[in-house]
Write a protein that binds this ligand. Structure first.
Ligand SMILES: *Cc1c(COP(=O)(O)O)cnc(C)c1O
Length: 483
C-alpha cells in the first residue's frame, strides 16, 4: 500500500477552518517555534479516509476474526457496554469535580458505579473488599504483593523476603514480586502440571513471604491441591496470592477467597468485557481478605449512612496511592454493565461455556497435535507442535498459516515449560460453527505439515508483510515501510 506521505499534492486540504473572529495570539515562545513547517501529508478528506479505512482493515480484532489468543481472553465485547461507557454523564466527568453537596450530583453516579462494582466483585471472588485502582493485571499483582509486604512489615516480620512462584505461573508474577522488593524462588510442576507439593514443602521456611499461584495455571489446568497449597503456606507464616487473570474459567462457580487465598487480582479487561490488546487499556482490581483490608490503597469509595458516596482517604496503614485518581473508570463502568446484564446465572454460564469450548477443541484436535499435559482443561488448552517439528514445522509456522486462513494466531511458545507450545483460548462467545471451522483449519494445517511442510513454512502468503525477522523487528521497529 502507498504511504500517505506519497499521496496528495502541495496545498491540498481535507478541511477548512472558519475565519478567525478573535485576535490572533501565539503564546509559544519564539525559540520553541518551528523554523520550517512540518512535512505533513497534504491530502483531501477522501484520501485520508481511504488511507485509514484500508489500514483498519489490516487489523485482526475480535470484531472481525476468531481470536483464540491463550491467556488473553479475547472474548466479544457487547456494543451495549460501549454505549453505556460513552454516556455523556459518565464520559464527560472530570476527576476533580466535587464529590458531595455543590456539584455532587454530577459525581455521585460514578462513585456509586465504583462502589457497586467493588461490592459485586468482592462477592464473586469471596473477599471482603477490593481496590478498584490498579490499571492492569500486572499492576494488580504489584499492588497485591505490596499488600503482602505491608502485612509482614506491620507484623514485625520483615525478614520474609522470598516469594514462591510455580513454574506454571504467568510471566508477570516474578516481575511484580521483584518490583515489590521480593526475591523469587521457582517451584517446579509435577508430571501432571500441578505444583510439586514436595518441592513446595521443602521451600517453605521463616523467610517466605508468600506464594503467587496462577489459578487456573497457564497450562489451562486447575490445580486440585489449591486448598492444601494455601494451608501449607499459611502454616509457614506466608500469605497466598491468586493470579486470577484467568477468572473466565471459574467465575460464578468457585470463589478463590473460599479456597484460602488471601489476595488476588482479576482482569476486568479480560473477563468483564473491555476491548483490549497491545498493552491496554486495562483494569486489575485486587480483592483481599479481612486481614489485608487496612493496607488497601487510597482512595476508596465509601457509602455513608445517608446513602451518599464519598472518597475515603482516612486509612492510616494504607500502602498509599498506586494510581492517579480512581482507576480506569471507563473499564470499571463496562464491567458494571457486564455484571448487571448477565446477573448471577449468566456469569456461571460464561465460565461453563468457556470451559466447554476449550475442551471441545482439545478433544477434537488431540489426534493431530501432541499434548504434554493431556486431560481435562479449563478455559484454554495447550498443544505441542512436537510432532510437526519432526517435519520442520514449528509452532510459529502454524501461527503464520492460521493468519492466511483468517484466524488470529493462538499464543505460542508460552507457557515456557511446554515445548513448541500452542495455547488456545476460544472463550464462550464463539459459536459452535466458528469453533468447528477453526478445528477444520487446524486439521488441514496438521495434514499439510505432514505431507507438504514447505507450504506451511511459506506462510503468510496473503498478508502485506510476509515473514519478519522477529528479533530485528523488535529491535529496529519500522512501521512506515511496507514491501
Ligand atoms: C494477562 C495476564 C496477566 C497480566 O495482565 P495485564 O493486564 O496484561 O497486565 C497476568 N496473569 C495472567 C495469568 C494473565 O493471563
Amino acid at each position: 500500500m502507498e504511504l500517505i506521505y506519497s499521496k496528495g499534492k502541495a496545498g491540498r486540504r481535507g478541511s477548512s477552518l472558519p475565519e478567525l473572529d478573535v485576535p490572533a495570539s501565539n503564546s509559544i515562545p519564539c525559540e520553541l517555534r518551528r523554523k520550517k513547517a512540518a512535512a505533513m501529508p497534504e491530502v483531501s478528506e477522501l484520501e485520508a479516509v481511504r488511507h485509514f479505512t484500508l489500514l483498519s482493515r489490516r487489523n485482526m480484532g475480535v470484531d472481525s476474526n476468531f481470536y483464540p489468543l491463550g491467556s488473553c481472553t479475547m472474548k466479544y465485547n457487547p456494543k451495549f457496554h460501549e454505549k453505556i461507557a460513552s454516556l455523556p454523564g459518565f464520559a464527560d466527568l472530570h476527576p476533580l469535580l466535587p464529590q458531595l453537596r455543590r456539584g455532587g450530583a454530577l459525581t455521585q453516579g460514578a462513585l456509586a458505579v465504583i462502589y457497586e462494582t467493588e461490592r459485586m466483585l468482592s462477592e464473586l471472588l469471596g473477599f471482603s473488599h477490593c481496590t478498584m485502582q490498579p490499571l492492569a493485571g500486572a499492576h494488580g499483582e504489584l499492588t497485591g504483593v505490596m499488600l503482602i509486604a505491608a502485612y509482614h512489615k506491620a507484623h514485625k516480620d520483615p525478614k520474609r523476603k522470598i516469594m514462591l512462584i510455580p513454574d506454571a505461573a504467568h510471566g508477570t508474577n516474578p516481575a511484580s514480586a521483584a518490583m515489590a522488593g521480593f526475591d523469587t524462588f521457582t517451584i517446579p510442576s509435577d508430571a501432571e502440571g500441578n505444583v510439586d507439593l514436595k518441592a513446595l514443602q521443602n521451600a517453605l521456611n521463616e523467610n517466605v513471604a508468600g506464594i503467587m499461584l496462577t489459578c487456573p495455571n497457564t497450562l489451562g489446568l486447575f490445580d486440585p491441591n489449591v486448598k492444601e497449597i494455601c494451608d501449607l503456606v499459611h502454616r509457614a507464616g506466608g500469605l497466598a496470592y491468586c493470579d486470577g487473570a484467568n477468572f473466565n474459567a471459574i467465575m460464578g462457580r468457585l470463589r478463590p477467597g473460599d479456597l484460602g487465598f488471601d489476595v488476588m487480582h482479576v482482569n476486568l479487561h479480560k473477563t468483564f468485557s473491555t476491548p483490549h490488546g497491545s498493552g491496554g487499556p486495562g483494569s486489575g482490581p485486587v480483592g483481599v481478605c479481612e486481614k489485608l483490608v487496612p493496607y488497601l490503597p487510597i482512595s476508596r469509595v465509601a457509602k455513608r449512612s445517608d446513602g451518599t458516596y464519598a472518597l475515603d482517604y482516612t486509612h492510616r496503614e494504607s500502602i498509599g496511592y498506586i494510581a492517579p485518581f480512581y482507576g480506569n473508570f471507563g473499564i470499571i463502568l463496562r464491567a458494571y454493565a457486564y455484571l448487571m446484564t448477565l446477573g448471577r446465572e449468566g456469569l456461571v454460564r460464561v465460565s461453563e461455556n468457556a470451559v466447554l469450548s476449550a475442551n471441545y477443541i482439545r478433544v477434537k484436535l488431540a489426534p493431530y497435535f501432541d499434548q504434554q499435559y493431556p486431560g481435562y482443561c479449563m478455559h484454554e488448552c495447550v498443544f505441542s507442535a512436537t510432532r510437526q517439528t519432526e517435519k520442520g514445522v514449528h509452532a510459529l509456522d502454524i501461527a503464520k498459516a492460521l493468519i492466511d486462513r483468517g484466524i488470529h494466531p493462538p499464543t505460542i511458545y508460552f507457557p515456557m515449560i511446554v515445548k513448541e507450545a500452542i495455547m488456545i483460548e476460544p472463550t464462550e462467545t464463539e459459536s459452535k460453527e466458528d469453533i468447528d471451522k477453526f478445528i477444520q483449519v487446524m486439521i488441514e494445517i496438521a495434514k499439510l505439515a505432514d505431507g507438504n511442510p514447505d507450504e506451511i513454512k511459506k506462510c503468510p502468503m496473503t498478508m502485506p508483510i510476509r515473514r519478519l525477522d522477529e528479533t530485528q523487528a523488535a529491535r529496529k521497529l519500522d512501521l512506515a515501510s511496507l514491501e
